[in-house]
Ligand binder design. Structure first.
Ligand SMILES: [Zn+2]
Length: 152
């Protein structure tokens, strides 16, 4: 994708098609939420998104959560659970098959993404009749180099 605007256009098209296929109503709220997500360059949580959106348009937190679930199902965003009370979302790159994995430092909460195509392939090849996978991720919890050095 050339730039974020192009990427957003494709994302909105994909999302509208997904909503149509699910025989759900197309609402301006849902598109507004997706549009807002494209202005955020990193991780975000539902509450912050809710506060940002409500400066411009009244959308309930319940609608935000249900839209985030739909966007996740549509492979446009991913839900991160870095630790039990820290749920973050992140938009997924359009047109790239790469899965990102994350190293989470339990001391300073720094999160660093990395790719491992061999691992991605091996997970994608696992098929199950009992479960349909939209996407996957992996977290490695530990201590970053900086925290390790500061402690010694
Ligand atoms: Zn650290």
């Amino acid at each position: 994708m050339k730039n974020i605007e192009d990427e957003k256009k494709v994302a909105i098209e994909r999302f509208n098609l997904f909503i149509k296929q699910k025989k759900m109503r197309q609402t301006s709220e849902r598109v507004f939420i997706l549009d807002k997500i494209y202005t955020i360059s990193s991780f975000f949580d539902a509450q912050t998104l809710y506060e940002q959106i409500n400066q411009e348009m009244h959308i309930s937190l319940a609608t935000i959560y249900s839209t985030l679930n739909l966007l996740q199902e549509c492979n446009l965003i991913i839900r991160h659970n870095f630790n039990t009370n820290n749920i973050k979302y992140e938009k997924l790159p359009i047109g790239k098959a790469t899965n990102y994995y994350y190293r989470v430092c339990v001391k300073c909460n720094t999160v660093k993404a990395f790719a491992d195509s061999k691992l991605s392939r091996s997970i994608s090849l696992r098929k199950s009749n009992a479960f349909s996978t939209f996407n996957h991720t992996l977290y490695l919890y530990g201590i970053c180099k900086k925290c390790k050095e500061n402690n010694q």
